[in-house]
Structure formats: C-alpha cells, structure tokens
Design a protein around this ligand. Structure first.
Ligand SMILES: [Zn+2]
Ligand SMILES: [Zn+2]
Length: 401
C-alpha cells in the first residue's frame, strides 16, 4: 500500500502542461488499466468485509450503509461497489479479465446485470461472453448480451418490469425502474412524440435540456390522460389531482408585501401524495380547476362540504380557444391541449371568469406567470405580456420594424 501511495504522489507531481499529446494519451491508457486493477482489488476487499459482517459491529444493517457513512459517498455509489464485489466473486473469468485490463468495468457491469437474471446459465456461458467483451465495444456487447438473454433467460424474466416513483422529503419525486422491451419502446415513442411537438412550438426562450424536456413530456402525457373523458372511474369518480388550499393563502395572493401575519400561519397548499406546495403554486393550481369548498375545524375534520364547481365553464373556454388559439405567450404556440385558462386578476381576488380577464397559457408559461417572472394584461381585447421589469414583450411577427 505504501508503494501505491508513492506512485500516486509521483502522478500528482507530474506537470501535465509539459507532457506531449502522445505522453498524455499513453498516461491515460496506463491510468485506465490501473483503475481496473484497483476496482478488482477494492471489490475483493469489499466482498471479504461483507463476509465477515464487519458493518454489523458498528450497528449498520448493510455493508453499503457502512461504506456510505465511512467514505461519505452517495448510497447509490456504495451500493454499486457492493454489487460489483458480489458480481466479481461470482464471475471469476470476468474478474480476471478486468484485473489484467482486458475488459472495461462498463462491460463487467453489463455482464453482472445479465448474470443476475440467469446465474446458472451465465456460469456456463461466462467464458464466451467475456471473450466477446474483450473485442467488442460496449454497444456491440449489449447486442450480444441481449441475444444471449433471449436464448437463455426465462421468458417470465423477459416480462419482468418494475417502476418506482417515490415522493421525496423535499416535496419532489424520484423515478427509477426497469422496463421490458415493449414498455420501453412504447414509452420512448410517446415521450418522443410529445417532445417533438414541444420543439415545434418554437419557443425562442426555451433552452431546456433534453432530460428536462423528457420530464415535461412525461408530466404532459399523464396530465392529458387525466383530462381525457373516457378514463375509467374509480370509486364512482374519475381520478384527478387533489390540491388542498388554505383559504388564507388564497386571499393573500395579491395582498401588499409585508402584510402582517401571525407566526405559524399556513401558507400555500398540499398535493395529496407529495405534500406542501408554495402559495404561488397553490394559486396556479386553483387558477383553473374544479373547486370544492370544504370547511374544517382546527383538527382538519370536515365540518361542511360545498358543491363542486368548475372555475372556467366550457363556453368561456371555447371563446378563449378561438381568441388565443393555443398558448398566448409571444412565440410559444403550444397547442390548446397543453394549455390552461389563466386569470389575469385571480378569481380569489374578485377577478371575473370572463374573456376580458382570461388568457390561455401552456403549463410552463402559466407557471412563469404565477411566479411573477412575467405579467399579462388585456388591452383592446388581446393579451399583452410584460417582463418583470415592466417592458412589453413583442411577438416576432408583431414586433415593430
Ligand atoms: Zn393562472
Ligand atoms: Zn407557452
């Protein structure tokens, strides 16, 4: 270990600026090789520590949790190390090929994941699969592994899939899963269709990453499905998103800053499964919704439940659609199915649900409006948008020459 340390010190003292490109490249080769050897050596020690149950002595329930605390790494990183250690123990040929630098750890991870599905068959094929890993790129190896799975893993396994969607403590959600070929393809096609429509909406200010667009697309697909009228009925009702909003935060929407409030007053609202949301988001949800008044006592026990009413009736919605076509924000152009009616003056502040007080906005622009990044007014029967600094936004075709 002391030799390793002095080798590392030597590495650290190298002046990379002074190295030629050939030296840099061959250094990288050398380092990649060393990384593979180190990975195997770490795995051997991790496996041995797990066998000895060292973590239990410190009150940890798993080696991954012990590693997370000891090295202050993300739980997923520690779990990855433990998984790799177990896999390499079960794949001696692959472990040897990794240690001699013949195969990459990406290739070994790939082999490890397929081994989990059919361990016994894998042992019989390990030699030939590792041989493939020696010569093929990871992408080509994926094809070989897929074919091998097809021939060897159970059909039942092929159909195996799972999806985890967990609300987090921060009031967000974490998505993870493992899908079968069919679901994966259907999902890619659906997401791509929505993303393409999104790109076509030619929003000049839109600089969102593909990952962000995929997340938006997934939300949009679910929202439109919930909006569809032919959905199945559950417990006598079509399922919908339930937002609970405190009356005080509704009344507060446009009130002057610095309005005195007693400490501990509830602000914003709650989404049934996710938890608290901000006052701005609560108002956005309330902007166009079916509203049910429920009066509760201090312990949140319902005392009185009012009739459910739709904020924007269908005939006003239709007129709005004719006037705005889709999202009315300059150069957005997202179609009506992506849009909600927005109240210029919120109905909780007495704003009427009338054409003169409504603007059709896509989810994204609707959110920007409620978060005060832009504002909108109706001038001569048409919406006019302003930036937060008060300057007017012009559309490309309406802009003065
Ligand atoms: Zn709104
Ligand atoms: Zn828009």
């Amino acid at each position: 270990m002391s030799t390793l340390r002095s080798a590392l010190d030597e590495l650290r003292s190298t002046e990379v600026l002074a190295l030629s490109e050939e030296q840099l490249a061959s250094d990288l080769d050398e380092l990649e090789h060393a990384t593979r050897v180190i990975e195997v050596e770490r795995s051997r020690r991790v496996a041995e520590l797990e066998r000895r149950g060292t973590y239990a002595r410190d009150g940890h329930l798993s080696l991954a949790s012990w590693l997370t605390t000891r090295h202050r790494v993300a739980p997923s990183t520690a779990a990855g190390h433990v998984r790799m250690a177990r896999a390499l123990e079960a794949m001696p040929v692959a472990a040897e090929a990794l240690a001699t630098g013949d195969v990459s750890s990406s290739a070994v991870s790939l082999l490890a994941s397929v081994r989990e599905e059919a361990p016994e068959q894998f042992s019989r094929s390990e030699e030939s699969l590792v041989d493939a890993a020696r010569t093929l790129s990871v992408d080509h190896l994926k094809d070989v592994v897929a074919r091998w799975r097809h021939d060897h893993a159970d059909e039942a396994d092929d159909d195996r899939q799972e999806l985890f969607l967990t609300p987090t403590l921060r009031g967000r959600g974490r998505l993870a899963g493992d899908l079968n070929a069919e679901t994966t393809q259907v999902m890619i096609t659906a997401l791509r269709t929505v993303q393409d429509a999104d790109v076509r909406s030619n929003d000049r200010n839109d600089t969102h990453s593909p990952a962000r667009r995929r997340a938006d697309a997934l939300g949009e697909i679910c929202r439109q499905w919930l909006d569809a009228s032919n959905r199945p009925v559950v417990a006598g009702e079509r399922p919908h998103v339930i937002v609970t909003i405190d009356v005080e935060s509704l009344g507060r929407s446009e009130s002057a800053p610095g309005t005195a409030r007693h400490a501990g007053a509830r602000l914003g609202g709650r989404l049934a499964d996710v938890g608290a949301i901000s006052a701005a988001d609560a108002l956005m949800w309330a902007c166009d919704a079916q509203v049910t008044r429920v009066i509760t006592d201090a312990a949140s026990r319902p005392l009185d439940v009012g009739r459910t009413t739709r904020i924007t009736p269908p005939w006003i919605r239709k007129a709005l659609l004719v006037r705005d076509g889709g999202c009315a924000f300059p150069d957005c152009g997202r179609p009506p199915s992506w849009c909600d009616p927005h109240h210029v003056v919120h109905w909780t502040n007495g704003g009427p649900t009338a054409l003169s007080n409504l603007v059709l906005l896509c989810r994204r622009h609707h959110r920007l409006m409620h978060h005060k990044r832009f504002s909108v007014e109706i001038v001569d029967g048409l919406p006019r948008f302003r930036r937060a600094d008060g300057t007017v936004l012009e559309t490309a075709d309406r802009a003065p020459p």
